[in-house]
Structures are given as C-alpha cells and as structure tokens.
Design a protein around this ligand. Sequence first.
Ligand SMILES: C[S@@+](CC[C@H](N)C(=O)[O-])C[C@H]1O[C@@H](n2cnc3c(N)ncnc32)[C@H](O)[C@@H]1O
Length: 488
Amino acid sequence: MADPRLESCLALHRANHLGEAEAGYRQCLAAGIDAALPLSGLLLQQGRHAEVVDLLEPRCTTRVDNANMAINLSIALRKTGRNDDALRHARQASELAPQQPAAWNALGLAQLESGAVADALHAFDRGLGLAPGHTALELHRAKALRRLDRHREAIAVLERVVGAAPDLLEAWRDLTSARNALGLYPAALDSATSALRLAPNDLDVALEHAVALLNAGQTGNAIKRLEKLEADPQTWMWLAQARLRDNDVAGARAAYERAATHDPDNPFIRHFLAAIDGHLPEAVETDYIRKLFDDFAPRFESTLVDALAYGTPKTIAQFLERSGVTSAQEVLDLGCGTGLMAAELAAPGRNIDGLDLSERMLTQARAKGIYRALHAAELLEFLRGSEQRWDLVLAADVFVYVARLEPVFAAIHDRLAVGGHFVFSVESSDGADTQLPPQTGRYRHAPDQLEQQLLAAGFSDVRREPLTVRMEVGQPVRGEIMLARRGD
Ligand SMILES: C[S@@+](CC[C@H](N)C(=O)[O-])C[C@H]1O[C@@H](n2cnc3c(N)ncnc32)[C@H](O)[C@@H]1O
C-alpha cells in the first residue's frame, strides 16, 4: 500500500490536475517518499524530457531493478538526443520486465532511432505478442515497416490503427505517406483529408493535404491551397511543381526563385530552374538523381510498369534479339534501377553487373537475385575508374537524367570488349539539340546528334528504332532505341 500522501497525488494526477499533482510529488520526494516514477510520468506527459533525465538518471545508476524507471528514462534520453544511453536503458528494461509491452516499445523506438530497423520491428512484434492490437506498438511497428520499404504491410497495420483510434493524427499522416509511397494517390488524399480534419491549423498537415490533392490530379485545388499556405521553401517547391503541371511556367519560376533564396543549393530547385531557363547543367546532377529515385523506388515498378505502361527493357531485349546481339556473356546494366533490364536478359552462362546512384533502387535489384555484382555509383565515374570489360553495355531510360552524353559514350567505348555492343534508349527532342522541358524535368536528346557523337567516340554500325517510352497524361512519349558496336 502506497503512502497516503502519494496516493492523493496519484489521484490528482489521474484527474488531470497536473500542477497540483506535481507539487505533491515534489513534497513527497522532499519527505523521503519515492515519487520519482509517477513524477517522471507526469513530466513526460508534458514533454519535459530534460527534467525527466535529471530526475531519473541518478536513480537509475543505483536502482537498476526498476524497469518502469528505465523505460521512462529511455524515452526521455531518446528525446534529448542521447540515443545510445536510451538504448542501454531500454535494453535493461526489456531484460528486467520481458512481460511488459512498454519495455519492448521503448526498446523498439530507440532501435528505430539508431537505424537498427529490423531489430526495432522485432521488438515491436515482441510487445504486440504480449498486447495484441496495442495502438502505440502498432503505430511504431508501421513506422519500422515503412523504413524497410514494406509499405503494403504498413498500410494494413495503419488502416487497423485508424479504425481503432480515429483521432490519432500521427496514424493518418503515416498512412498518407505510406499510400503516397506506393502511388495510391486517391487513398492518400482520403487519409490526408482525415488528418486535416483533425488538425486544420497545422501547416505540415495542410501541406501534406495540398500535395495529396496535386498527386490525385486536382491541380487547380492544390494550387489554391498552396498559394494560401506559402510559408517555406518546401511549400514553394510544391507550388512550383503544381504551376508547372498547370503550364504556368512564369509562376513556377517565381515560386522556385523564392524557394532558392532560402535553399540555394537544393538540387531539385537548381534542376528545375535550369530547365525553365534552358541552361543545361554541365555536370551530372548526382544529388538530384539519387534523391529522386530513392523517393521513387518503392512505387517505381507499380507506377511505371503497371500504370504508365513502361516496357523499355522488354523492347530493348527484343531489339537485341532481332539485331542478332544474343551471345554477350559479360553484361553491364548502367542505371539498372530495380533490375527490370536484367530480368529480361538473364540467361545461363551470362554475367550481369549493375550500377545505380540510388541505394533504394539497388535494394530492389538485389532482391531479384539476378545480378553478379551491384554497385552504388555514378555511371561516368564508375566507367572511368573501372578496368573491367563487358561484351554488352545497356542503359534503359537512364540518359533522360544525363545532359551531356559525349563523355559517357567515350567512357563506354573504352570499357567495351572489341566487337562488343552498347544499347540505350532516349526520349527524343523536338529539335536538333538536347532539351530539358520543365514539365517533366527529363532530358530529351536528338537522336541524329547522338548518332554523330557515337561515331565520333569510335562506335560503328549504329542501328536505331523508334520507341514509345511510356504514356504520359494519356499521350505516348516518343523516343528511340540506339545500338552501336565497338569496332576492331
Ligand atoms: C528510369 S530509371 C530506369 C531503371 C532501369 N534501367 C529500367 O529500365 O527499369 C533510371 C535509373 O537510372 C539511374 N541513374 C540516372 N542517372 C544515373 C547516373 N548518372 N549514374 C548512375 N545511375 C543513374 C537512376 O538512379 C534510376 O534508377
């Protein structure tokens, strides 16, 4: 039975009289009554994490037997940026009280913070084994699943969470992110709308809702909302994208320029301002490409292949077959992405190496189990630094992200075995030169010009074939496949 003075403080705490409860707890402590645990709970409730650390840390060096204290201390340490210590105390708590779901929750959160995502998932699973359907554990489990790119499972969990706790803003927001990651835009708009209903004055929630409108094709509505919001570079960038979608190039430039005053080195802003101004960047825009495809990776195959009818890898494979290029053993897939090209070309006795700037794309390529080696690298740097030789070098839908191809052609020529082949696809420009239309942000090359550049790099036997790269806004995107041979 607790001391009656402590009992009355606990009653005040339960009745949400936090000020009085805190004063009472402190009097208890002064009188030698152990009120540190409930006081720490009260402070956590109010986000006073540093005070929790000051209160519990000295006690936890001596009282290592109290799992609840270790849990509260772990939460506070994590929130104050001392995650290694948070991890240590959470681990201690889960060893002291393995039957307590909160210990697994604290451990999972500290592991998530430290990047040990698979361990975190395991900890949340342990907690849920003890408390099936526990809302916080489910919510945190879904965060771990999203970090592992297991968005579909995260969505199923989050749909359960919002069903059980429809007022939980964080769950609606996480559900929106997970649905966006998979390109489930109408559903993402639904969850973003629910979040906005719960937090109509929260700027971040309002931005997520406006982006959901844009993704769902409600461009006009999105622009109206974004114009009202205009608050930070992030919002201006979305406004610029929305205006581009609406063909308002001048409006888009104004929004990007505003964003650039705050974030001048942002690779997206630089890329699109270059596109609007018609200045093609000299160097490969590695940061832009990496970020673009790290974001795109989870929905790449569902969006591009399923929704936009992207079939370039298959078309390239058929073109090679028709051209009699069928016996290459050593193959290099530049910008291999999720591995669609290797899936078309895999054959017994053939070794396919791949490279890509985006780690998250490579993770998916690796999961296909087809490549001999996969490298996280920029293609031109990789080729220049390599001494290997390949019989066939491929680049499917990669040069839409590279402005200048002459140095790339020269480097590929160097790395090809004599008699080897190089095949790639491009989007075709309307003129005689490379273009960068701001609406797509992708380079369109002039195939005649590329043919000259191939010949200048030493290639011969150039063959070309028209290609429909994909459907965009219901229209086919025109391109070409080009094949060239390294002569003797
Ligand atoms: C549209 S995806 C195509 C992926 C794959 N080739 C396919 O056809 O499915 C373009 C890929 O090229 C990669 N990429 C673009 N420029 C690159 C560069 N300079 N170096 C390495 N990878 C690059 C991107 O990260 C992305 O994964």
